[in-house]
Write a protein that binds this ligand. Structure first.
Ligand code: ADP
Length: 177
C-alpha cells in the first residue's frame, strides 16, 4: 500500500523501515539507546556497529540516565540506505499519568526538529510505541496524523509513515481522520 496526502509531502505505506532511502529514519528506541527488539533491533542489525557506537557515546556524554521519553537524538545511518538515524523514545502506554498522547506527539515533533536542525528534509517514521510499548494503533493514528499535519505546515519537509504490515497501514488511514 502507498497513499499520499498533502500534495505528496506525506506518504503512508507498508514495508520495512530499514529499506527507506531518506535523509533519516526514526528509531522507536528505548531509553537505554543500546538496542532492543522490533524496529530497533532491525535498525541495528542492518545498520551495523557504527550506530551503536554513537549511541554509547551519547549515553556517556549527554544522557547517563538514559534518553527521556519524547526526546530525540541523531546518529549516522551506518550501513543503512538512510544517511542518519534519529532515535526517539516512545511512551509505554498507560505508564505516563495521562500524558501518553502528549509524549507520543513529542516524539514526532522532536524528531522533525532535530532533522530540520541538521538540514535533513526527508524523514521516515515507524509506528512509534505501537509494538512492545502497547499503544493501541487506532488510538495513535489521529494523534500522529495531527502532529504530522502541523509539522508539514511548519517546515518544508517530506515525511513517510512506514507500517510493517499492509493491514497496519490501511488501519492507520482508516482511523487517522
Ligand atoms: P515500540 O517499543 O515503540 O512499541 P516496536 O519496535 O516494538 O516499538 O514497534 C513499533 C512498530 O514498528 C510496530 O507497529 C511494529 O509492527 C513495527 N515494526 C517492527 N519492525 C519494523 C520494521 N523493520 N519496519 C517497519 N516497522 C517495523
Amino acid at each position: 500500500m502507498h497513499e499520499e496526502f498533502f500534495d505528496g509531502r506525506l506518504i503512508v505505506k507498508s514495508g520495512d523501515l530499514t529499506d527507506e532511502t531518506v535523509d533519516a529514519i526514526v528509531n522507536a528506541a528505548n531509553s537505554t539507546l543500546l538496542g532492543g527488539g522490533g524496529v530497533d533491533g532491525a535498525i541495528h542489525r542492518r545498520g551495523g556497529p557504527a550506530i551503536l557506537k554513537e549511541c554509547r557515546d551519547i549515553r556517556a556524554t549527554r544522557y547517563p540516565d538514559g534518553l527521556p521519553t519524547g526526546e530525540a537524538v541523531i546518529t549516522t545511518g551506518g550501513n543503512l540506505p538512510a544517511r542518519h538515524v534519529i532515535h526517539t523514545v516512545g511512551p509505554i502506554y498507560g505508564m505516563n499519568a495521562g500524558r501518553d498522547a502528549e509524549l507520543l506527539e513529542a516524539c514526532y515533533r522532536n524528531s522533525v526538529k532535530l532533522a530540520v536542525e541538521n538540514d535533513l528534509s526527508t524523514i521516515a517514521f515507524p509506528s512509534i510505541s505501537t509494538g512492545a510499548y502497547g499503544y493501541p494503533k487506532h488510538e495513535a493514528a489521529p494523534i500522529v496524523f495531527r502532529a504530522v499535519a502541523d509539522l508539514l505546515s511548519d517546515h518544508s519537509i517530506e515525511l513517510r509513515l512506514v507500517f510493517f504490515s499492509e493491514s497496519d497501514a490501511s488501519s492507520f488511514v482508516q482511523h487517522c481522520a
